[in-house]
Design a protein around this ligand. Structure first.
Ligand SMILES: [Cu+2]
Length: 300
């Protein structure tokens, strides 16, 4: 009888447990929009854009989830683990489409010399440090990103405040940049073995237009209705002002990404969570099999 109860409980518990597994998620920048947040599963705010379609095609298979671009046991030795030309994917096959050298990934319009706010979506928060790099002046977006393209660190920020499900940071952008660049963020966690990598495409406004608010994202336009998206695509000659979107629109696309909810309180490492789940799964399997065998015996 007890076994049967256990089996019934196990049958009821197993599906939610399995559903819980994909929430072993982690993080990626949404402001400025990262390639993974724009194109990969779960973020996917601009999957319909030509660049994201091309990235998926180049991937040759499904993307990993947007917040899961992580490499274990790097311990600060980024260049050893992430090869030149594969910086945007962290060298991971599940994200290799993000390494494409294209000048039309969803981007954020910014102003040289201004402060750039950064929101790093934390679907599962971890302790750690963010190292923030920017491509040097002269970067050629028609070539794949290499370590040599990046200048020194713009900033290193340890355990920034977490609010509304995102780590909130900011960096001062150099005043000499023009044209298209990539903001490269390395999140080396200290509460797990993982280091996260991301590319956020930036477009520096011409100097004459400087002074306006820096955060405006094309992805917001891309998240509109298919018709609106088509209009956007059909009018590439739009002025910088038209390409910009209001902060409110950018905020809406933030919210389109899976809410974090109570997980913002979770600080367990992946190993602990995975271990606990394994133990739970083992117990449930034992209970299920035990109940099954007992039922067979009773039926004889
Ligand atoms: Cu994580």
């Amino acid at each position: 009888m007890i076994r049967r109860l256990a089996a019934a409980a196990a049958a009821g518990l197993l599906p939610p447990l399995l559903l819980a597994v994909p929430t072993f998620a982690h993080g990626a920048p949404t402001t400025p929009i990262s390639r993974s947040a724009a194109c990969a599963a779960g973020g996917g705010t601009a999957t319909g854009t030509a660049a994201c379609k091309a990235a998926r095609a180049a991937n040759g298979g499904p993307f990993g989830t947007f917040d899961n671009l992580r490499v274990p046991n790097v311990n600060g030795d980024d260049r050893k683990f992430v090869p030149d030309g594969k910086l945007c994917s962290g060298g991971l096959a599940a994200f290799k489409g993000l390494d494409l050298a294209r000048d039309d990934f969803p981007s954020t319009t910014v102003s040289a010399g201004k402060t750039l706010p950064i929101k790093y979506r934390a679907t599962l928060p971890h302790e750690g440090s963010f190292r923030i790099y920017l491509t040097k002046q002269g970067f050629d977006p028609s070539k794949k990103l290499t370590w040599g393209d990046l200048g020194g660190k713009l900033a290193e920020i340890k355990d920034p405040p977490l609010s509304n499900g995102s780590y909130q940071m900011s960096v001062k952008l150099p005043s000499d940049r023009t044209g298209r660049h990539i903001l490269y963020i390395v999140w080396q966690t200290s509460s797990t073995a993982d280091t996260y990598y991301s590319c956020s495409d930036l477009v520096f406004k011409p100097a004459t237009a400087a002074g306006a608010a820096p955060v405006a994202t094309k992805k917001a336009a891309a998240s509109k209705s298919p018709a609106a998206r088509a209009t956007t695509a059909a009018a590439p000659a739009a002025s910088p002002e038209q390409a910009d979107t209001t902060p409110a629109a950018a905020e809406q696309t933030q919210q389109a990404i899976t809410p974090v909810g109570d997980q913002s309180k979770v600080t367990l490492g992946h190993g602990l969570v995975a271990g606990a789940l394994l133990v739970a799964a083992g117990f449930l399997a034992y209970a299920l099999i035990g109940g099954f065998l007992r039922r067979r015996r009773e039926n004889r």
